[in-house]
Design a protein around this ligand. Structure first.
Ligand code: PFF
Length: 360
């Protein structure tokens, strides 16, 4: 029996739009902000290998499972789980998985948007030339001053949330689809430009060695847990986001030149998404570490690496104002497309409960 995709929220225009949207969810602060600093803290190459293994053996199968559930249910994660449990004649408690996912996405959005709003502020600072010639002390003081200024943070945060909610409010076709069709190509072009720039710096080789030369003595139980956690976070797993996006996935793709439509394969689609996500994480490392090594700065700086160390590097390098601006625009675009996917599961659920999208 042919099954229609009946999602009340709409359907992605094509399989490629779904790939762009899910990649937009996956690629975010986790790739550009978190991956480089935890790689720095966990010793580089060996951690990267472990992370790649986790993506392949844990991340990809779970992502495929989430997409499959979402596509079968066609609803928000909560109602998808409820509907599928009903159809399978098993306990409705399975809906708890949907509730936990939606709640997690909402909670993640509450801190994710804060870090994204710092990036928004830094994009503004970079464009205004605020990094030029700063010292290490000044760079640290700027970040501390931002964190100590509730009005400034609230202003940036409000702006970022408005950007996110405008897109989610416009729905799958008019909002999410349009946003990812612009943001994702922009993101890949910016990343390519930044990797090209890093390749011209004296610390390029050192940066590559740090990322790709494994030192297995650095591995321990904590590093393993960090790598698994990063694989989940970076692929947006377990939060309902991918299940919600899977609900809007078309069942069939147009065949070649008007031929018969072909079923859309979930596994190959998910593998492409995971590859693109991994490419961006590694690309961010390749773009960032050479700048840090070229300027004799430290890699193990924790969450402050992007907001304290990198501005210092940009402030000291030729072309730093341009490339610093491009870098923070990249971060904001990536965080934006991920935040949209964190908002969508809860909004879709509220819409199913009778609210209009705008109000939700
Ligand atoms: N995958 C995003 C990132 O790497 O930044 C974060 C994220 C988005 C996590 C959506 C979970 C989620 F549902």
């Amino acid at each position: 029996m042919k099954q229609e995709n009946k999602s009340v929220h709409g359907v992605w225009g094509s399989r490629w739009v779904f790939i762009l949207a899910a990649t937009g969810s996956a690629v975010g602060l986790g790739n550009i902000w978190r991956f480089p600093y935890i790689t720095g803290e966990n010793g580089g190459g060996a951690f990267v290998l472990l992370y790649l293994l986790c993506i392949a053996v844990v991340g990809i199968p779970i992502m495929a499972a989430e997409v499959m559930l979402g596509r079968k249910g066609g609803l928000s994660p909560i109602n998808t789980m409820r509907k599928l449990a009903g159809e399978s004649k098993v306990t409705q408690r399975w809906a708890g998985i949907g509730h936990m996912g939606v709640l997690s996405a909402f909670l993640i959005l509450s801190f994710y948007s804060v870090v994204a709003s710092w990036a928004l502020y830094y994009a503004w600072e970079a464009v205004a030339g605020g990094f030029q010639g700063i010292t290490a002390a000044q760079s640290g003081a700027r970040f501390d001053a931002l964190l100590a200024d509730p009005w400034l943070m609230m202003g940036c945060h409000t702006l970022f949330m408005v950007l996110t909610m405008v897109v989610v409010g416009r729905g799958v076709k008019g909002g999410l689809e349009k946003a990812v069709e612009i943001l994702m190509p922009l993101l890949f072009v910016l990343l390519l430009v930044l990797v090209g720039y890093a390749a011209t710096t004296p610390g390029f080789k050192e940066g590559l060695l740090f990322l790709f030369e494994p030192d297995f003595s650095k591995l321990n139980g904590k590093v393993v847990i960090t790598a698994v956690g990063q694989a989940f976070f970076t692929l947006s797993l377990g939060m309902g986001a991918i299940m919600a996006y899977g609900a809007y996935m078309p069942r069939e793709a147009a065949g070649k030149k008007g031929g018969k439509p072909k079923p859309v394969s979930i596994m190959s689609t998910v593998i492409i998404i995971a590859l693109l996500d991994t490419l961006v994480a590694l690309g961010s490392g390749v773009a960032m570490f050479p700048l840090i090594f070229s300027n004799d700065l430290q890699v193990g700086q924790g969450p402050g690496m992007m907001f304290v160390t990198l501005p210092l590097a940009f402030g000291q390098m030729p072309g730093g104002m341009l490339f610093g601006s491009l870098f923070f625009i990249l971060v904001v675009s990536a965080a934006w497309s991920s935040s949209i996917s964190l908002g969508e599961p809860v909004v879709a659920w509220l819409v199913e409960r009778g609210l209009s999208r705008g109000v939700a």
